[in-house]
Design a protein around this ligand. Structure first.
Ligand SMILES: Cc1cc2nc3c(=O)[nH]c(=O)nc-3n(C[C@H](O)[C@H](O)[C@H](O)COP(=O)(O)OP(=O)(O)OC[C@H]3O[C@@H](n4cnc5c(N)ncnc54)[C@H](O)[C@@H]3O)c2cc1C
Length: 444
């Protein structure tokens, strides 16, 4: 039966949900605080469709490693900026509790299944829906290791052995000649040939063009949802605040929360507590020109595992750019969480890391910096489906908490939410790994 679904949030998760819903025959109204889609975390992320590299941050060695990183200055992959917010400390406690082998393995397996489903859906949308050019490439992902012990550990743990090869330093450079400058520091790498990269912002724009052409989609821009009004276990309307100061009530049938970092505050008044923290990260975008030497910048996606930096060649028919993304800052308070601020010291450190690794790629001082907040759960997997709390509104759906992998998991998350709202069977290949709230979806 056709439903009218209101999606709150115009990042990659909201747009992928909207696209899947319209494909399934529903009508969608999408509401977003910004003028344009993908203006927050989905704007200039690392561009990795990292389908086989989905290990969550919470792992057994992480608390010990984190203490070393905390002393390592601005180039450190992780920075803790403690504040007095109890929600931050509750999240940290749950994160530390998840830093064990068993939880890590279970979360990684769940995310791998979602990611592989996402790859299949991305392929279907790309080929059947003619989304256009969003710098999508399938050149594979090479995770390089500088320390032999780290390479051995990664080789023993690689999650999709049939799709991944363990390479020595020489083989890494043969595969990706731009790494030649790193030869003396390389132990080897793990190569996942089927992984992909793309420009997340351009993907969101492509989805929206398709949605607009469908005639079953409307976006309300420059508008914040201030509250969800529920009665008798049902959300009846949303209170909207437009940027120009106007207030309005918006009647709803089904509601999908895809509000990224702002989801927790939206549903808290309904008694729903989402364990989400914004983990801040940074990126640089360097324009590559026809004069950039062929072996100066990576063609395949490269992840520097020791420094936790990812590199993606975002090549479209119109331009070629190198996207560099890294760093996790926990606990930094933003003056305005809808517009996270750049930290000039972190950006300077990222420019140095990138130019040390790929010195001939270009002048990183000229690259465009960006900061974003990853909406993260303590264990890693997103929160997908109906809220777990008893008596939560029967027309409320959650699609949030994708952390460092929102672009990678967006197509699966959108597809699964659309199937659940359509009361369609969920893919049997996912039955063991679906988030509880989706698998145990109450009937109505
Ligand atoms: C540095 C960095 C690198 C990353 N690299 C990668 C990568 O390589 N691969 C990958 O898969 N993922 C990556 N990620 C993660 C990925 O970018 C995120 O998981 C993803 O963008 C989250 O999408 P979202 O739609 O949930 O949130 P967002 O993109 O933030 O969208 C949420 C939207 O909801 C709107 N909104 C919220 N509340 C309201 C409200 N009350 N009313 C109206 N609108 C509202 C917001 O304004 C926003 O536009 C990276 C993230 C960072 C920070």
């Amino acid at each position: 039966m056709q439903r009218h679904v209101t999606v709150i949030g115009g990042g990659v998760i909201g747009l992928a949900s909207a696209h899947a819903l319209v494909r399934a025959g529903h009508c969608v109204t999408l509401i977003d605080a910004h003028a344009e889609v993908a203006s927050e975390t989905s704007h200039a992320n690392g561009g990795q469709l990292s389908y086989r590299y989905v290990a969550p941050l919470a792992d057994s060695g992480v608390p010990r490693q984190a203490i070393k990183w905390l002393l390592a200055g601005n180039e450190a992959p992780l920075k803790l900026r403690p504040n007095l917010d109890p929600a931050q400390w509750r999240w940290m406690a749950r994160f530390v509790a998840a830093c064990n082998h068993h939880t890590h393995q279970a979360s990684a397996a769940q995310m791998l299944s979602l990611a592989l489903h996402s790859q299949a859906i991305m392929s279907e949308w790309r080929t059947r829906d003619a989304l256009g050019d969003f710098a999508w490439q399938q050149r594979g992902k090479l995770v390089i290791h500088r320390d032999p012990k780290s390479l051995d550990k990664a080789a023993a743990a690689h999650v999709a052995p049939q799709d991944q090869q363990v390479l020595d330093a020489r083989q890494c450079i043969a595969l990706e000649p731009s790494l030649a400058h790193q030869q003396a520091h390389l132990s080897g790498g793990i190569f996942s040939a089927s992984d992909e990269t793309a420009d997340c912002h351009a993907f969101c724009q492509a989805l929206e063009r398709k949605l607009q052409a469908s005639g079953r989609y409307t976006r309300i821009a420059n508008t914040r949802v201030a509250a969800l009004s529920a009665r008798n276990g049902h959300i009846e309307q949303l209170e909207l605040r437009h940027l120009d100061g106007r207030r309005e009530r918006h009647v709803v049938e089904e509601v999908v929360i895809a509000a990224g970092n702002h989801a927790a505050e939206l549903v808290r008044p309904l008694g729903i507590h989402l364990p989400l923290q914004p983990l801040k990260g940074y990126s640089l975008t360097l324009a590559l020109t026809a004069d950039t030497p062929e072996t100066a910048a990576p063609r395949i996606s490269v992840t520097d595992s020791a420094r936790k930096v990812v590199y993606a060649d975002l090549e479209s028919s119109a331009s070629r750019q190198l996207r560099v993304a890294a760093m996790v800052d926990i606990g930094q308070r933003e003056r305005d969480s809808f517009h996270p601020e750049l930290d000039e010291q972190r950006i300077a450190a990222l420019r140095k890391l990138a130019s040390d690794t790929f010195p001939a790629a270009g002048d990183f001082a000229q690259s465009t910096p960006w900061a974003g907040l990853r909406p993260s759960t303590p264990k890693g997997p997103p929160i997908l489906g109906r809220p777990r709390q008893a008596n939560s509104p029967d027309n409320l759906w959650l699609n949030v908490g994708h952390g460092s992998l929102g672009f990678t998991l967006a197509c699966a998350s959108g597809d699964l939410i659309a199937r659940a709202i359509s009361r369609e069977a969920l893919p049997s290949s996912l039955s063991d790994s679906l988030p509880d709230a989706l698998a145990a979806r109450p009937g109505r």
